[in-house]
Design a protein around this ligand. Structure first.
Ligand SMILES: NC(=O)c1ccc[n+]([C@@H]2O[C@H](COP(=O)([O-])OP(=O)(O)OC[C@H]3O[C@@H](n4cnc5c(N)ncnc54)[C@H](O)[C@@H]3O)[C@@H](O)[C@H]2O)c1
Length: 361
């Protein structure tokens, strides 16, 4: 029996909402946009008219009261994610929350509790996990083809000028949650974690080099993983030649990704070690070319919902990534290594990414 189309509403019709509308439109056989919501109603109306969305509401509360929605795509600024996602859960409506899902680890645990009391689920936007290259890399590692992963590099070296921070919610721990560690590099190291698995320990530094922010504009971290791999992570907003890079040196091959805001198969290179030439074929054999992005993740969500399985990225899966963000700040601001599990509920860096305050505040 054909499944009925899922009725989707977009809440927050600013910049990233376009990627969400595009994703639903690309999956028009599985979903339809039924409502747009923004506290700026004129903006919501303009957005609705552009995407052919029939209903507009000034608040999530009014949308949920009207009913008839299966999935909310939450595209509002970070500090509103937890209260709005909790409202969706209370109404038993699934919610796809933009990154970062929460401002802190404690907030994430509070949202997990709200999820347990609901029949609905929170799904977190981490779209770079879903391109064909990332899927193939995880598969080849799981199958043992690449051997053990030994060393990884994860660089998100981007450029944002002072004007970028004029938007009121940017550059503060209270509203954005942090600087490039929380807002920009989080995509790359989320992908890193999806490949290497649970992290164990991090030693980090953070600096405010040039931007008029409360938060860092650069952070760097060295991370060890349960599987024995080691990685370095750089998150920067002061790098004029922008790029996003991942490099995995495994026993049998080096696998590299270089892109900016999203990748296709052509962004990946695989260099087999001597004696492992067959890995090039294993990489490219029947490889689909699904680009990373909201469409790829949304398709995976619909697959999971259809199958009745948890839709990725679950809040529990995202917890590892948010905990690493908190640990990077805790290590950088206290000048000590931080182990996974150390930032227990109610402790300063679990409560707030910036803890008691950045050293430069
Ligand atoms: N996944 C990605 O690649 C990616 C890229 C950019 C931004 N983001 C994330 O998307 C989110 C939004 O970013 P943006 O750049 O689109 O911001 P934006 O400022 O362009 O848009 C946010 C919109 O939300 C509206 N809004 C604020 N509070 C609201 C509320 N309570 N109810 C309804 N509407 C409300 C604002 O009026 C605004 O129109 C952020 O969490 C950001 O980190 C993700």
């Amino acid at each position: 029996m054909a499944l009925s189309k899922r009725r989707v509403a977009i809440v927050g019709t600013g910049g990233i909402a376009t990627s969400h509308a595009r994703a639903v439109t690309a999956l028009a056989d599985r979903a339809e946009l039924v409502a747009a919501v923004d506290v700026d109603v004129d903006r919501a109306k303009e957005f609705a008219s552009k995407w052919g969305i029939p209903a507009v509401y000034p608040s999530l509360t009014e949308l949920l009261a009207a009913g008839g929605v299966d999935l909310v795509q939450l595209c509002t600024p970070p500090s509103s994610h937890v209260p709005l996602a909790a409202e969706c859960l209370a109404a038993d409506v699934d919610v796809f929350v933009e990154k970062p899902p929460t401002l802190s680890l404690d907030e994430l645990d509070t949202l997990l509790e709200a999820e347990q009391a609901s029949s609905a689920k929170v799904v977190c936007v981490f779209q770079h996990r879903f391109g064909s290259g990332a899927v193939r890399l995880r598969q080849l590692l799981a199958d043992g083809v690449l051997g053990r992963p030994l060393v990884a590099l994860c660089n998100t070296v981007w450029f944002r000028d002072d004007a970028y921070f004029a938007v009121p919610w940017r550059g503060t721990f209270e509203v954005e949650g942090g600087g490039p560690t929380m807002g920009h590099g989080i995509h790359q190291y989320d992908l890193l974690l999806s490949v290497l698995g649970p992290w164990q320990k991090v030693t980090a530094l953070a600096a405010r080099q040039a931007r008029p922010t409360q938060t860092e504009d650069v952070s760097m971290a060295m991370v060890t993983f349960e599987n024995g791999a080691v990685a370095s992570i750089v998150n920067s907003l002061v790098s004029p030649r922008q790029t996003s890079q991942l490099r995995f040196d495994c026993e049998n091959a080096t696998v590299e990704l270089e892109h900016l805001y999203g990748y296709e198969n052509s962004n990946w290179t695989v260099t087999p070690a001597d004696g492992h030439a067959e890995i090039a074929d294993a990489w490219s054999k029947e490889l689909p070319d699904v680009a990373s992005g909201h469409t790829a993740q949304l398709a995976t969500i619909f697959d999971a919902l259809d199958a009745g399985t948890p839709a990725p990225v679950t809040l529990t899966e995202a917890r590892d990534t948010v905990e690493l963000a908190a640990a990077i700040y805790a290590s950088a601001f206290t000048d000590k290594p931080i182990h996974r599990g150390e930032l227990t509920r109610g402790t300063p860096y679990a409560r707030r990414m910036g803890g008691p305050g950045a050293p430069w505040a």
